[in-house]
Design a binder for this molecule. Structure first.
Ligand code: SF4
Length: 94
């Protein structure tokens, strides 16, 4: 469920943040969660349906039922380009 707050979408569930600048295109994450897609041209992953909140920082909510996949994707990243926050906003990975 989404609420509008101060004109910005509020995320209530698990949240994932992808630092595309840090990403070195090893693509382990794409094998874990299909929200991560290969961009072979850039040598970077893309996070589908995300919002770029700062330059090269992409954020989205993790849908119900995809939490484990999202966490595995974050754990698989060798350069910690993927950060996962729980629904209280606490960083849980890495
Ligand atoms: S595992 Fe990390 S470095 Fe590899 S593509 Fe995914 S985000 Fe980028």
């Amino acid at each position: 469920m989404h609420h509008l707050f101060d004109g910005r979408r509020r995320i209530n569930g698990m949240r994932i943040e992808f630092d595309r600048d840090t990403c070195i295109g090893m693509f382990q994450c794409t094998a874990e969660w299909d929200a991560f897609e290969r961009d072979e041209d850039d040598g970077k992953a893309d996070l589908a349906d995300s919002e770029e909140t700062e330059e090269d920082i992409f954020v989205r909510e993790v849908p119900d039922g995809e939490e484990l996949d999202a966490k595995f994707a974050a754990r698989s990243c060798p350069v910690d380009a993927i950060v996962v926050y729980d629904d209280d906003g606490e960083q849980i990975i890495p």
